[in-house]
Design a protein around this ligand. Structure first.
Ligand code: G1P
Length: 293
């Protein structure tokens, strides 16, 4: 089985970043000089994924313009014979296909993924959340693809978190240990208020069976105000789809709030993982993380 498609949900209003997100999509906010979504796209391309479906909402046209090499800006660079300045991004655009679907109402992550139903014809596809940046030698999503391909299972990425933070994440319940880092699941619960089944939190990478769409449709009929992806994966699991959690290797940066976004920017700079061949920018000095962060 070959997994090539990835769905990137990017339709949220970005309320935690207002007022800037009134005109700039959260996914386009820069971490150093690249928008957050580009880190996700690069991780996917490094994992041989080449078909992107970005779930957007009105006002998010900047994302479409960014992954398009026929804009007026591209024309101007051509005129000036300076297209090499955008070669990094142009290579990304050339090596993949970008499609877009509009989510008209923001009714939760599960609802956003349901927008991809017509686009996914294959047995398995990836979901990557642009709020989670993962820096790793073996790209985060690739670690999941390797296991999904071998086991023909749905696979979610997890990381250990302190117990006091479980109510901010999807948390997995372990049925058995396959190895130190790989677990067979018997349940998943979204943001448990108390009594979490473990301290393994889902971080925004998934390889998912297309059976998810019927699970999403089933649970959406129970009239929940927000349709959760975690609940649909759990539903699929109760109906026979094996679900595996993998403790992924690498560092995860949450860029979902301004403070975390700043921390991620500083950390990415410190690590000098930033490799900008578009602007010939070279990092000369690392910034210290301030104590208050
Ligand atoms: C989403 C998922 C949650 C997951 C988290 C990871 O929550 O619903 O299961 O743990 O992403 O970032 P959100 O942070 O969008 O509320």
């Amino acid at each position: 089985m070959k997994i090539r498609k990835v769905v990137i949900p990017a339709a949220g209003l970005g309320t935690r970043f207002l007022p800037i997100t009134k005109v700039i999509p959260k996914e386009m906010l820069p971490l150093l000089n690249k928008p957050a979504i580009q880190y996700i796209v690069e991780e996917a391309i490094d994992s041989k994924l080449d078909n992107f479906l970005v779930v957007i909402s009105k006002g998010k046209e900047a994302i479409e313009n960014y992954f398009n090499s026929s804009t007026y800006f591209d024309y101007l660079l051509k005129e000036k014979q300076q297209t090499h300045l955008l070669s990094g991004l142009s290579n990304i655009i050339k090596s993949a296909k970008f499609s877009y679907v509009e989510q008209k109402q923001q009714l939760g992550l599960g609802h956003a993924i349901l927008m991809a139903k017509e686009y996914i014809k294959e047995d398995y596809f990836c979901v990557m959340l642009p709020d989670d940046i993962i820096v790793s030698d073996n790209p985060g999503i690739n670690q999941l693809i390797e296991i999904a391909t071998k086991t023909k299972s749905t696979v979610v990425a997890v990381q250990e978190i302190p117990l006091e933070f479980v109510s901010s994440y999807g948390i997995v319940s372990i049925k058995s240990k396959i190895s130190d880092n790989i677990f067979q699941l018997n349940g998943l619960v979204e943001k448990p208020k108390k009594l979490a089944p473990s301290n393994l939190a889902i971080v925004g990478r998934y390889v998912i069976s297309n059976k998810i769409f019927s699970s999403l449709e089933k649970i959406s009929s129970t009239n929940l105000s927000e349709l959760q992806l975690t609940d649909a994966i759990s539903h699929m699991l109760q109906n026979g789809e094996p679900v595996i959690a993998v403790k992924i290797d690498g560092e995860r940066y949450d860029v979902g709030t301004p403070q975390n976004w700043l921390r991620a920017t500083i950390e990415l700079d410190k690590k000098q993982k930033f490799n900008d061949n578009n602007l010939n920018y070279k990092i000369t000095k690392s910034i210290e993380v301030p104590d208050y962060l």
